[in-house]
Write a protein that binds this ligand. Structure first.
Ligand code: SF4
Length: 723
């Protein structure tokens, strides 16, 4: 396309490259949406290394959402029963700065909370950390990645000494065995799955194992589908390890030279004999043995996982138990092998790099590490001790802080907690009690906007320049190519304006996002996620780049006639089999299975699992406004096995009332063998705005992993009543 801008799809963590061209080009027809509005033309960018020109329906239709229901001006109201009135930016930002000063005096810094988003660009994330953790002295910044990826983060940190997915997408086409657990990749990360499926079809010897209680489109493509009972993942993984030990399929040289903690692990897996494991998981013994055989006979095993593993009260243990299998068999640091978390949001990875969770700091640093705090205080020109030594509040703890009155200001940006949080009725009740909520978003209305005192219009993707990092550590520059509607501003600009009002003029003296990035990449210097060689200039000239990418190599590259020189191996981490732990060894983590936090019982006999559909994105803020996607997935539903349906007198398309200990919903039944008996499935996309009374998270609970503090959104106990 002429005049096309190369950018990145702003939906999911696959991070597909897009080319976007203006609605009207000389001599060509203008694309219009169903209402006749001209829309930007979108196609896949063939030069993008991650996606090679492929896009799914979300990326292809993204431009149809850009002009619908946009929040254009700042608005305020004193109480939630009043209508909003339009105000100037000065009035809104002064009100926020004044409220921050008041809360600092009356409640202390811990009374100030910001809840951000993997939809942020890295520049937005970085400035938010500088404001909250540096200048305001509270680590109460959490992102919706807490609900998405925090178990992967803690699993990587505990096993390897640092966050960071060690693999790359090319590994999809180099593996002997793809082990997909807790991921419906075909629907949730479709372009990754396209690459894997094509390779799998062309290479008959390559095995694909899918572990999922549902027979998803991903499972349908597998050589082996293990439909385990929800909550038995660790049993399965330890059972596979048990068989590998029994059969001698382990790499003793790798274990001896590159790891620690194997003897404790060996002692634990001794307790997972295959007969017991198969029974507990609800699968056949030969299925378990086949999975172990595929692992043991493969030179290169690639594990892929997402929310089915992370959204669990034992999420970190699950991640580490996956990693254990890789350490045991030496399947890491080489092509086609390794543990690979698939990120949900488009820039949750950039958020992690910028320190966008309440226990981490920019540059893959940790709040609890005094040296890390000191490095940032010095870099930011702040007095020693400015950064608090304790982690901040998680997203859920912000809600409980509203309940107890400990939170005096909640600032929500680019996320929709009134749909996406667990126990959403309790969440809404907490939001109702908030004395001062700022809601910063591109769209209006949303479910969360109803709980705001101040509304701030945010420029979104396409209307601001910034960077995003996808699941394989590939950083793409996303340039501004259209004007933001009304008075909308970039998120980082809004944070910086508040920072300057609070007296931090030098800390927020940025002219543009290139200056923000230039500062951010300095805090990555020497870290696992080193991006000092990734300036805007270089990303623009050379296209997307993977980190680690230190600037010494940039200098070399520029000195050699702009020949692109990458670091020794940016595609994979740990190729030298040394890990960023004090002794350089990766650590086994020995865990027994604890199962679900809320188990089925005679009153609530079914396990509800939630998930995503191919076309919709999260709470439908964009996709609910795109007719093609709404036609594809018009209504929420509940999947139920025919045996359960018959027992309860439920038929296809009849209504079912679903009750948990927290809420009641109604859904139309889809009677299908795709779901295991005893388990039901509901998609999580519908909030009160789109389908009142069918909010999956009215049923879910907030019990969380003790390490990652990620709630168990994937499973709760429910009862079903035909209506
Ligand atoms: Fe966008 Fe994800 Fe679809 Fe790629 S797979 S086009 S990143 S939604």
């Amino acid at each position: 396309m002429t005049d096309a801008t190369k950018t990145l799809c702003p939906y999911c963590g696959v991070g597909c490259g897009l080319e976007v061209a203006p609605p009207a080009q000389a001599g060509k027809a203008t694309n219009r949406d169903a209402e006749g509005t001209p829309i930007w033309k979108v196609k896949g960018d063939r030069s993008h290394p991650s996606s090679q020109g492929m896009v799914c329906v979300k990326g292809a239709t993204i431009s149809e959402s850009l002009d619908k229901d946009r929040l254009k001006y700042p608005m305020m109201r004193h109480s939630l029963d009043q209508p909003f009135r339009r105000v100037s930016w000065d009035e809104a930002l002064d009100a926020i700065a004044n409220r921050i000063r008041t809360v600092q005096v009356t409640q202390g810094a811990d009374g100030i909370c910001m809840y951000g988003s993997g939809q942020f660009q890295t520049e937005d994330y970085y400035i938010a950390q500088k404001l909250m953790k540096g200048c305001l002295g509270t680590n109460n910044f959490d992102a919706n990645s807490r609900l998405c990826m925090s178990s992967a983060v803690s699993g990587y940190i505990q096993s390897f000494g640092s966050d960071g997915p060690p693999c790359c997408y090319d590994d999809l086409e180099l593996t002997d065995c793809a082990f997909l657990i807790g991921t419906n990749t075909a629907e949730c990360h479709p372009i990754i799955f396209n690459r894997l499926r094509k390779y799998h079809k062309q290479n008959k010897k390559v095995k694909m194992i899918v572990v999922d209680p549902r027979k998803t489109p991903t499972a349908e493509a597998a050589d082996l589908h293990l439909a385990i009972r929800p909550g038995t993942d660790i049993d399965l993984l330890n059972g596979i390890a048990h068989l590998l030990m029994r059969w001698g399929h382990y790499n003793s040289v790798f274990i001896d030279e590159c790891t620690s903690g194997f003897s404790e692990y060996a002692e634990v897996i001794r307790h997972y004999p295959p007969e017991l494991v198969a029974k507990k998981c609800g699968i056949r013994l030969d299925e378990l043995e086949t999975a172990a055989k595929y692992w043991g006979q493969s030179e290169r095993v690639l594990s892929l996982w997402s929310m089915g593993v992370n959204q669990s009260s034992e999420g970190t243990a699950k991640v580490r138990t996956i990693i254990n299998l890789h350490l045991m068999t030496g399947n890491i640091g080489k092509p086609g092998a390794g543990p690979f978390s698939l990120t949900g949001q488009p820039n949750a990875m950039g958020g992690r790099e910028a320190g966008g969770l309440c226990h981490i700091l920019p540059g893959y640093r940790l709040v609890k590490n005094p040296q890390h705090r000191q490095e940032l205080e010095q870099f930011w020109g702040l007095p020693a001790g400015s950064i608090a030594a304790d982690r901040g509040r998680t997203a859920w703890e912000m809600m409980t802080g509203l309940e107890t009155g400990e939170v005096g200001l909640l600032w929500v940006a680019a996320t929709n907690p009134a749909v996406s949080m667990p126990d959403v009725e309790r969440t809404k009740a907490a939001l109702l009690r908030s004395p001062f909520t700022v809601y910063q978003d591109a769209y209006y209305p949303t479910e969360t906007a109803a709980y705001a005192h101040v509304l701030l219009p945010a420029a979104q993707w396409s209307e601001k320049t910034g960077t995003m990092t996808n699941s394989e550590r590939m950083v793409t520059l996303c340039p501004k190519f259209r004007h933001a509607p009304g008075e909308a501003k970039a998120d980082w600009e809004i944070f910086a304006e508040v920072g300057r009002r609070l007296g931090f003029v030098d800390q927020f003296a940025f002219q543009d996002s290139a200056e923000v990035r230039a500062e951010f990449i300095q805090v990555t210097r020497g870290r696992v996620c080193d991006q000092t060689g990734m300036s805007y200039q270089r990303l623009q000239a050379e296209g997307p780049l993977q980190w680690p990418c230190p600037d010494e190599l940039l200098v070399q590259g520029l000195n050699s006639n702009k020949v692109k020189i990458q670091p020794s191996n940016p595609k994979r981490l740990y190729t030298d089999l040394r890990f960023p732990t004090p002794d350089g060894r990766a650590r086994f983590g020995a865990y027994h299975s604890r199962g679900l936090a809320e188990r089925p019982d005679p009153n609530y006999p079914f396990i509800l699992t939630t998930g995503r559909l191919y076309g919709h994105w999260h709470t439908q803020t964009r996709t609910g406004r795109i007719p093609k996607i709404v036609q594809m997935h018009p209504n929420p539903f509940i999947e139920i096995h025919p045996r359960d349906a018959e027992k309860l007198g439920i038929q296809d398309e009849t209504w079912v009332e679903v009750r948990s200990r927290r809420g009641i919903c109604r859904f139309q039944a889809q009677v299908t063998k795709a779901i295991a008996p005893g388990t039901v499935f509901v998609p999580m996309h519908w909030g009160a705005l789109w389908a009142d009374g069918a909010e999956a998270n009215a049923l879910t609970h907030p019990e969380s992993c003790p390490d990652s503090l990620q709630p168990e959104l994937k499973a709760c106990a429910v009862q079903l009543l035909p209506v």
